[in-house]
Write a protein that binds this ligand. Structure first.
Ligand code: ZN
Length: 511
């Protein structure tokens, strides 16, 4: 058996199913490029049959990504499989990932099919997929709650029809490490053909066991792990890529396995996912949380200063956490700016450099030192997040102790410029009233928060907002020296996501 564990990243598919984490095509492409730099073996770029927009995003990713394999998800239906193939076929390394549920509970309540019908459907799906693609993965949805003998029959059928990768997902996050270990061993012992294929694991974190379960599956012989950056995903999320990779690397003495991940790209990738989706990482999150490498207690600090390994099992540099905080200022030129951007992992096109450099100069006029976090906020706004439907042009606010707060907003709505003024209880309320009036949307505000991106009173303020409309939840972020402008930007960002989501129908089947 090989000692390399393949990393199958599903941030763009399963991760995007997180409430509020919807990404548009442009954002998906940016992330796919970074995943390739990170060295993931397989990028699951989307679920092409779920919508025309998703299919287009997958095919754009497929035509650009060269190093990583690009695969599309498909239910065990001819139409899904053909759509998926037409989206990925231009990729340097394409693949189809098809699935069907195998647990009785799914058969009875969701598929309303007999076991025989499921075997038949799975076999036909893999055969069709193999007629199109050399690389086919088959997944038994809800495998960990399936009858083991039946599960083996389905797996045997899929292998016989040509699937080279068999995925055993813990779709509902129900299993525990020794159980999943035992299940993978059982499959390997029961089906001798598994020797020539890759067994994959795909664990959800409903009980906080996704990473532990994935590692247990690897110990039992799985050689592919499906995971997401920051562990984002449906409900409690997926196994987190950074934790899996760093566990295998840090405890190589035990696992004796490797991955192809360029670990010093981990931190940047995590920040990029946060910047794009607006979903923050909890400070105490392993590997990529803000506190993951900071030592508060005096005893620990003293120990680390004397000898790092007393309390640190990983060097922060391995995952790309840089200690240099002071970077650029008013006198920094375009060259220095560009270099710093490259060091942060952004490879910007000429016109993107122009846009971001202009914003940087404006900020540097008002703020003495510009930190990496400030630069990331600028890239997020100017490059990563496109303003497809709505764009904020200007906001002017009158507020104080003796006036009724009034906001005048100028923006474009689907390319048409418009403006309007509204009153409110406070300046943010007035601004939001004006924006909602112009856009004609009526979302419910679920959460609103403001924080400073870096320290100091001249820091960029970051507003984050969570909206709900017709059952869709969208998050938005905005950064500006003026927190009121930041708040307006966050609202417009979230409305763009809602507009995107309402155009895109949601598929019913998820893995
Ligand atoms: Zn999943």
């Amino acid at each position: 058996m090989t000692d390399q564990v393949l990393i199958f990243d599903t941030t763009l598919r399963d991760g995007e199913q997180s409430p509020g984490a919807t990404m548009n095509q442009h954002e998906k492409l940016q992330l796919a490029r970074q995943l390739e730099r990170l060295g993931v073996d397989i990028i699951e770029a989307g679920f092409p049959a779920s919508s025309g927009g998703d299919k287009e995003a997958v095919s754009r990713i497929a035509s650009e990504i060269k190093q990583s394999r690009v695969v599309g998800l498909a239910r065990s239906l001819a139409e899904d499989i053909e759509t998926s193939w037409s989206a990925v076929e231009k990729a340097a390394k394409p693949g189809i990932h098809t699935f069907i549920a195998t647990s009785d509970i799914h058969l009875k309540h969701k598929l309303r099919m007999s076991r025989e019908e499921v075997i038949d459907r799975a076999g036909k799906a893999v055969r069709l997929a193999r007629s199109l693609s050399d690389w086919v993965e088959f997944s038994c949805e809800d495998a960990t709650r399936s009858d083991r003998d039946f599960l083996c029959k389905v797996v045997e059928t899929a292998i016989r029809e040509g699937a080279g990768t068999i995925n055993i997902p813990d779709t509902v996050g129900y299993s525990y490490p020794s159980e999943i270990y035992d299940l993978i061993k059982f499959i390997k012992v029961s089906i001798s053909e598994t020797e020539n294929i890759i067994i994959s694991t795909h664990c959800h974190d409903d009980l906080g066991l996704a990473v532990a379960n994935s590692l247990a599956a690897v110990e039992a012989g799985a050689r592919q792990v499906e995971c997401t950056i920051n562990g984002i995903g449906e409900r409690a999320g997926n196994a987190s890529l950074e934790e899996i990779v760093m566990a295998l690397r840090t405890r190589k003495d035990h696992f004796k396995l490797t991955t192809g991940i360029v670990t010093d790209q981990i931190f940047h990738t995590s920040r990029l996912v946060t910047a794009i989706t607006g979903m923050p990482v909890q400070p105490n999150k392993a590997i990529v949380g803000a506190n993951a490498f900071s030592h508060e207690s005096g005893i620990h600090q003293d120990g680390v200063i004397k000898e790092r390994s007393t309390y640190e099992i990983m060097d922060p540099k391995t995952v790309g956490v840089s200690k240099s905080s002071l970077v650029l200022g008013k006198h920094s030129g375009r060259h220095a700016f560009r270099e710093r951007m490259q060091a942060l992992g952004y490879s910007l096109a000429e016109e993107e450099v122009n846009l971001t450099f202009k914003r940087f100069k404006e900020l540097a006029d008002r703020k003495k030192t510009i930190y990496d976090e400030d630069l990331e906020a600028i890239v997020a706004e100017e490059v990563l997040r496109t303003t497809e439907t709505y764009k904020l042009l200007s906001v002017t606010i009158m507020a104080g102790s003796d006036v009724v707060p009034t906001a005048t907003v100028r923006m474009t709505v689907e390319g048409e410029e418009c403006h309007g003024a509204e009153l409110g209880n406070g300046p943010v309320d007035a601004t939001y009233n004006a924006i909602l009036k112009l856009t004609g949307r009526r979302p419910k505000l679920l959460r609103f928060a403001i924080s400073g991106i870096t320290g100091g009173t001249d820091a960029l303020g970051e507003a984050s907002i969570r909206l709900e409309e017709d059952g869709n939840v969208a998050v938005g972020k905005g950064a500006h020296e003026d927190i009121l402008v930041a708040s307006a930007k966050a609202m417009v960002n979230a409305l763009n996501r809602l507009a995107y989501m309402s155009r895109r129908p949601q598929a019913a089947n998820r893995l």
